[in-house]
Design a protein around this ligand. Structure first.
Ligand code: SF4
Length: 346
């Protein structure tokens, strides 16, 4: 236990670099800092071990209530989970160093941009790190790139991505969890509205960039009804998406610290059931994930969309005995009255 007169802990590695970062700009409650970076491209972990990951920023201003990437700030000894959305670190970009790392990749390697941050969050308008990285990728061939975002600003790079696609595979994974703007504002408070994301989808596909729409995470009794998921899939198909997927919410401790208080405030009637289901494990097991997988398969077939090629974030691990989540849901789509509705190693 730390007492007030304990000496401050000695910071090492990424925590030391973060503590010595220069302040670039502060707006509202958001601070932008510059982070010295030794390596831009890291190895994925767990199910993502076979892929390379790039996160141009640390932290994400969008502040999604379910965000699993908040753990990335813990490596910098920033323990308050809300700092993830208020202290945004822009990696100090150096094209020659980045190019040297890219050139060490092999033909066919998969590289995922945005596994623990959104590469098109507001910071990108100013620092343009994602764009500078894509410009380097445009010089290469034979790579397999995936970009995950929920920002309409991704459309800025449609022409550049189309150029990359001539010699590489590239796919944008655009997250749209609901078309209900009121619900979207609640769960993804500073992310662009769903309608803006759909407009970006149309621009990307028009430019010839393949886009998958991800309705992750599916939150029980919040956005999991057949009607809600079908509406997202229909809009995805109508705007040119080539694939659609959705997987249930998982709650690691860093995300539970934000998500559960959010539920208490906005969906108090669901708190007890969420606590019971997530108390012992971060991933839901049993009937519920199977029901959602069947529902998504049915919806995808209805709109003639494929399933995405690769996971962009850890998908729920289905293992162990069946555990029925929200028994009422097994009888039909879940409804809430009036509301139907990813660490780069340095
Ligand atoms: S879920 Fe993605 S977009 Fe939302 S806060 Fe986390 S990193 Fe940003």
């Amino acid at each position: 236990m730390l007492f007030d007169d304990d000496p401050p802990p000695k910071l090492v590695g990424i925590a030391r670099l973060a503590a010595s970062s220069d302040l670039l700009e502060a707006k509202r409650q958001v601070e932008y800092l510059e982070l010295e970076t030794r390596r831009f491209i890291g190895r994925g972990s767990g199910r993502m071990r076979s892929i390379w990951t790039i996160n141009p920023y640390r932290g994400c201003e969008y502040g999604c209530k379910y965000c699993y990437a908040r753990y990335a700030h813990e490596f910098m000894e920033l323990r308050d989970p809300e700092l993830f959305e208020r202290k945004i670190y822009a990696k100090q970009f150096q094209a020659p160093a980045f190019r040297a790392e890219v050139r060490r990749l092999k033909a066919g390697d998969t590289v995922w941009i945005g596994t623990a941050t959104d590469p098109y969050q507001p910071a990108e308008r100013r620092f343009q790190i994602t764009r500078q990285m894509l410009e380097v990728f445009a010089e290469e061939s034979g790579l397999d790139l995936g970009i995950t975002t929920k920002s309409d600003f991704v459309a800025r790079d449609a022409a550049l991505m189309a150029r990359i696609a001539r010699k590489n595979r590239i796919r944008v994974h655009l997250t749209i969890t609901t078309l209900d703007e009121r619900l979207a504002r609640m769960i993804e408070p500073r992310a662009p509205r769903p309608a803006l994301r759909l407009a970006a989808l149309a621009k990307l596909t028009e430019a010839g960039v393949p886009v998958s729409v991800l309705a992750h995470p599916v939150m029980p009794l919040i956005n999991d009804s057949e009607e809600s998921l079908d509406a997202v899939c229909a809009a995805a198909a109508g705007n040119g998406a080539s694939s659609f997927s959705a997987a249930p919410l998982f709650l690691k401790p860093c995300s539970a610290q934000v998500f559960l208080p959010f539920l208490e405030e906005r969906f108090p009637h669901l708190v007890r059931r969420y606590r019971e289901r997530f108390e012992k494990a971060a991933y839901l097991k049993g009937h519920y994930p199977e029901m959602i997988a069947e529902r998504v398969e049915r919806i995808r077939a209805r709109h003639k969309l494929a399933s995405r090629r690769e996971p962009e974030c850890p998908a729920p691990r289905l293992q162990g005995d069946q555990l029925e989540l929200f028994p009422a849901l097994s009888k039909g789509p879940g409804t809430v009255p009036a509301l139907q509705r990813k660490v780069n190693r340095l």
